[in-house]
Design a protein. Sequence first.
Length: 210
Amino acid sequence: MQDGGCIVQNNRWGARTEQCIDVSGTSFTVTTAEHDKATNGAPAGYPSIYAGCHYQNCTTGDDLPLSVADMGTVTSDWSTTTPQQGTYNVAYDLWFDPDPQQPAQNAAELMIWLDHRGDVQPIGSPVATVTIDGARWEVWTGDTGWNVISYVRVQPTDDVDDLDLAAFSEDAVRRGSVGENWYLTSVQAGFEPWIGGAGLATDDFALNVS
């Protein structure tokens, strides 16, 4: 479903168990999630909202794709509701590629974990701890057929205002996970459930590019 330049997707890519969402504008709630996956593997899915292009399904009017070298100001507001049961993360997913019109798998994935519950961790291994946009983040890097760099907030939060996505992108370029001449093709915000997931909700989301 597309609304206000964003698309909401159920995206149950990693499981066959039932997952349903209820959508209203730029908010959505996971109403059913019957997942029970091992936490040392991939999640069941990524119900999310995004701007940009995801496998040729593109939004309009959002200035994406955007050259990393000319990124300027890219910020996001995101407020969420998280249940006290289940195993999941609350994470942004930014995708980058040398081809601004890449129709398939992108070359790099940058995740920003705001919160998580249970014994789950990013792809790869931890390499550093940094301060970005006023908070401390553990940095993880790995490879799953494409570059993956993840930032895990040391002090979890369920909402952010004006989160500086460009600052994360610049750090990923310095670490070699993203090419300086590549393009940001999409900004996604959602949840990766491994076990359960019902009750996860995006209350509001906004992407600001200038």
